[in-house]
Design a protein around this ligand. Sequence first.
Ligand code: SAM
Length: 281
Amino acid sequence: MSNQSGVLYVVATPIGNLEDITGRARRLLAEVDLIAAEDTRHSRKLLQHLGVDTPMCAYHDHNEHAAATGIVKKIMQGGDVALISDAGTPLIHDPGYELVKQAHQLGIKVVPVPGASAVITALSVSGLPTDRFVFEGFLPEKQMARRRRLQDLARQSRTLVFYEAPHRILSFMQDSVAAFGADRRACLARELSKYYETVRNDTLAKLCQCLHSEQIPCKGEFVIVVQGNTKVQGPEEQEAVRILKILLQAGPLKQAAALTAEITGLKKNELYKLALDLKEK
Ligand code: SAM
């Protein structure tokens, strides 16, 4: 890296309430040479609100590779660049991965400027365990694929966090009831930090009903936090876990699941999912 090289700042912006911009983010956005924004028109409103007139360039999913190359070139020549997305923390279900990756490859200093992100904001008020969680982001749009993913997550003991679009929120919740059971607790976090902010912790069935009756409107932005699987395992499953743990130390996951199925008589695909969960723990 040359001594002249600049810095890439990854700057979080508000997820709704503009007061949530940090003092450091505001200062850096004014000081850098260039702001790489997911949508320059969208971000111009934020920058106008902040009284910042730093030049911007577009950095989004469709030009990620080429734009990243141009931006790192500018940084290598000594320019400081701030990466922002439309809302919240860049790269958290937003563009930026290619840019940060290329910056690291070239030895450019990458500095986080932390702030809001919907996943952490929702978790913090969900009333569900936060010590261990899995961020699943958006599930596939196609219903079959989405149902399969939810089914695969049914045994997961960690708290699950999802993003979902308003037009799919009801079917997402209905599919969650089918996969996780009506009594599983969850939290719907809607329009966080905005005027119509709603945070409701209840069973999946009750939350589904609230959406269906429009007590909670299917409008705006949603984060869904679902409690992990807390069901106590029966003796058969406990034995299968014991065997799986031993076999996972000795060989590949698929083989461990197949051998455990032979020993216990339990279903191979169920044991495969169980083995995946054990590996992740
Ligand atoms: N980078 C953002 C972050 O750090 O959270 C996420 C961007 S992602 C493209 C947009 C999704 O995040 C929305 O569809 C919604 O699921 C969630 N989200 C963003 N802002 C939100 C808010 N104020 N309230 C609830 N969910 C929000």
